[in-house]
Design a protein around this ligand. Structure first.
Ligand SMILES: Cc1cc2nc3c(=O)[nH]c(=O)nc-3n(C[C@H](O)[C@H](O)[C@H](O)COP(=O)(O)OP(=O)(O)OC[C@H]3O[C@@H](n4cnc5c(N)ncnc54)[C@H](O)[C@@H]3O)c2cc1C
Length: 463
């Protein structure tokens, strides 16, 4: 459950790695900073960007970003690039657990993220392959399809109102035709996005460097402790840094620095690949305009993100992972694949989609990555209880793309104002279940280990 693995395998997205990969703004580590940020993934980059961009140039804090490995080489550099809000799948469970108002807040927050990322990309003119799409969730198992339709009818009858953007196709023949997925029982579609996360994050980091940030890659933080003068001492492999405030954006690896998060944020390994059709294929398969999830039962699913170059990024294969707990749970080894996943993705498009049988589509790249699953599937965002000056944003549970921008923007406000965690929801619009509270940290509940077990039918899927 420790620190980032030293020699990760590369992902397709990291093929865009440029001069920032091993960047060190200064040759030696600065001795002090107003704010130190641990982690250069989406969370770290978006937080430092908002800390600097939302301040007047005269009042910008001095910031140092510490990254254990190359820039953005954690989950953000190796995910699926699916910016997909959870608009319906977890609704009934959230309704039961948090009530109608909060369940709706969770859906609205994630849906708004799609538009907020679009706006950021446009305003900042970010070259990151952003596309606004419709996500089609296809359920291929009749029992699961019936359960979704039944629970949604139940909460609708109690007055819960799903977004008008949600479109449900309950007729199997139509679902199969609209989605192209063989054996579809129902299909549910809604607005989503796709993105090249590494390109977006490195753009935000470059802009932050222009605004004065100092980035230090290949510099793992080994410990964080209160110093005699009240500041925080960050011990690294290259010396110490003293900071007034610390933003912890280390996601899966948070418990290695803050033991409060043991079993609250657990590293979970996943696998993603890129599939393409060879130039030589005579009859090209149908172009896919939408992004997809194919759900085989309440837990297991794959997700597909077609790129404008005709290739398709496919993630999932989690049935291979759950064969053995050590393949996924607590596994931080992103230098290796989960056994059998390459076999699983071989001929994937031919098996799943009509019209792809003779496409000769094959894997061009395959890689693994480490997610930070939280014990209740919600991220932990806020001030570390009982401490001043430590701020956390982590535990995105394989579902960070439609959450992180809003969390980082709100956390940047909290860091600047030295406010209380409650402010995140009262003033800055974060859903209440995201807040880092003592209750959540001390709760004995946890559904991570039941993942993949046959008797855990109502455990929420993580994406
Ligand atoms: C295989 C896979 C597929 C995924 N697919 C999707 C998807 O399609 N859609 C979606 O929404 N989400 C997806 N996710 C989840 C998504 O990638 C994450 O939620 C998101 O990237 C988390 O961003 P982050 O910045 O919080 O964490 P990360 O990107 O993991 O960044 C944390 C950084 O902190 C650094 N770090 C850790 N400890 C230390 C330390 N002690 N000192 C210095 N640096 C440290 C790490 O090296 C890392 O770079 C996927 C994740 C994986 C692994």
């Amino acid at each position: 459950m420790g620190f980032p693995h030293t020699e990760p395998m590369t992902s397709f997205w990291l093929s865009a790695a440029g001069d920032l990969a091993d960047h060190r703004t200064t040759e030696t580590l600065p001795e002090e900073a107003d704010v130190a940020i641990i982690g250069s993934g989406y969370s770290g980059a978006a937080t430092v960007f908002h800390l600097l961009a939302d301040a007047n140039s005269g009042s910008r804090p001095s910031t140092v970003i510490l990254e254990a490995r190359q820039v953005c080489s954690g989950a953000t550099g190796r995910n699926g690039g699916h910016l997909k809000p959870d608009t319906y799948w977890s609704a009934a469970e959230s309704y039961k657990k948090y009530g109608a108002e909060t369940a709706l807040d969770l859906i609205k927050f994630e849906s708004q993220q799609v538009m907020d990322v679009k706006q950021l990309v446009e305003e900042e003119n970010i070259d990151c392959d952003f596309e606004l799409t419709r996500a089609i969730d296809v359920i291929t198992d009749q029992e699961t399809a019936n359960s979704v339709l039944r629970t949604h009818k139940e909460i609708r009858s109690k007055g819960f109102r799903f977004s008008d953007d949600l479109h449900v196709i309950a007729d199997p023949k139509k679902a199969e035709r609209v989605s192209g997925v063989k054996g579809a029982k129902i299909a549910v579609s809604f607005t989503a996005g796709s993105i090249w996360p590494y390109k977006m994050v490195t753009h935000l980091l470059r802009r932050s460097l222009e605004m004065g940030a100092n980035l230090q890659t290949n510099t793992p933080v080994q410990a964080v402790a209160r110093d005699a003068d009240g500041r925080w001492r960050l011990t690294t492999s290259r010396g110490d840094l003293l900071a007034k405030k610390v933003v912890v954006a280390s996601n899966a690896y948070t418990a290695a620095l803050f033991s409060e998060f043991k079993e609250k944020i657990v590293p979970v390994r996943g696998v993603v690949c890129r599939i393409a059709v060879p130039e030589s294929t005579a009859r090209k398969p149908p172009h896919l305009n939408n992004t997809y999830a194919i759900r085989f039962n309440p837990e297991h699913f794959d997700y597909l993100i077609p790129k404008t170059d005709g290739s398709i990024v496919v993630g999932g294969a989690d049935r291979c992972a759950t064969e053995k707990q050590s393949f996924w749970y607590g596994n931080t080894n992103d230098s290796e694949l989960i056994p059998e996943t390459e076999k699983y993705f071989t001929n994937y498009m031919q098996r799943m989609f009509s019209g792809w049988e003779d496409s000769q589509a094959g894997i061009t790249d395959i890689w693994s990555g480490v997610m930070g699953w939280s014990s209740d599937s919600m991220p932990f965002v806020g001030r570390l209880p009982g401490q001043t000056g430590i701020f956390i944003t982590a535990g995105f549970t394989g579902h960070g793309m439609p959450r992180i921008l809003g969390c980082s923007k709100a956390l940047a406000e909290l860091v600047k104002s030295d406010g209380e965690t409650d402010d995140l929801s009262r003033k800055y619009g974060l859903p209440k279940p995201y807040l880092l509270t003592t209750e959540r940290l001390s709760s004995k509940d946890g559904d991570i280990l039941s993942y993949g077990r046959k008797d855990s039918a109502d455990v929420r899927s993580k994406l």
